[in-house]
Design a protein around this ligand. Sequence first.
Ligand code: ATP
Ligand code: MG
Length: 264
Amino acid sequence: MTRESAPATVDHEDEIPTDHPRYQDLVSRHRIEAGVKAGITHLQGMHAEGRGSAFDYLLGEETIRSADHAERVAAAELLLADHPVISVNGNVAALVPDEIVALAEAVDADLEVNLFNRTTERIDRIIAHLEAHGAGEVKGREATARIPGLEHDRGKVAADGIAAADVVVVPLEDGDRAEALRAMGKREIVIDLNPLSRSPRYATVPIVDNVMRAVPNMIEYVEALRDEPRETLEALVDEFDADATLADAERRIRTGGETASVDR
Ligand code: ATP
Ligand code: MG
């Protein structure tokens, strides 16, 4: 039996019927709401979630082929990196805490809390939340380095974290910071459902997919590629076409039709 309605108020996501046609979206909304209540997600994060949800609807709420390929390339980037860092904000912490910790572990990356609306209180809460989900050391409390070109608070990063990284994963990053990180010479993996947003446009590897689908898929690709020779991973990275990937997602959103496949 398919239930057509979800309970109006949900205290725990177990109360959302798994056979509801909008199940994933209801879970996301619930997690963001719970994140706001717990003080780990900023109210602005709700607006971001709403925008993301609209784009996800238009993408068919599935991982399109070009995004799947980008996730595979991102896994290769992370396996090749000397010092990968995964940036975590309040939406990521609320939506995929287990998965982001597992990805960091799989590729031996640092986790760094990096907030657009930065307060030490919220950073501490997010760090505690990630630790409760199994994280080891989480950086971001001591943000002694700066990203050049950004105003004070928004430019703060850990000297031994993002500042020293060669590859950074920045899910749901804002456009200014994505641009500034690119200008610092970082290789950037951006997960963002809006292919027109500036953030994925500055990415080395833009992933137009929901972070809730993208991160688990990246972990699977890390495991699948882990024992591949370095040359195979380098070829994947070299042959990747970021512009074609963004164009493919935009075409899907505008036409709703089949997307052209990206060569594997
Ligand atoms: P800019 O062009 O400067 O990047 P913006 O309007 O995109 O501006 P952001 O703060 O970057 O502002 O917006 C948050 C982004 O996060 C949106 O593009 C939204 O689509 C994306 N987003 C929200 N939820 C998710 C999610 N679950 N998975 C992936 N992306 C998401
Ligand atoms: Mg953006």
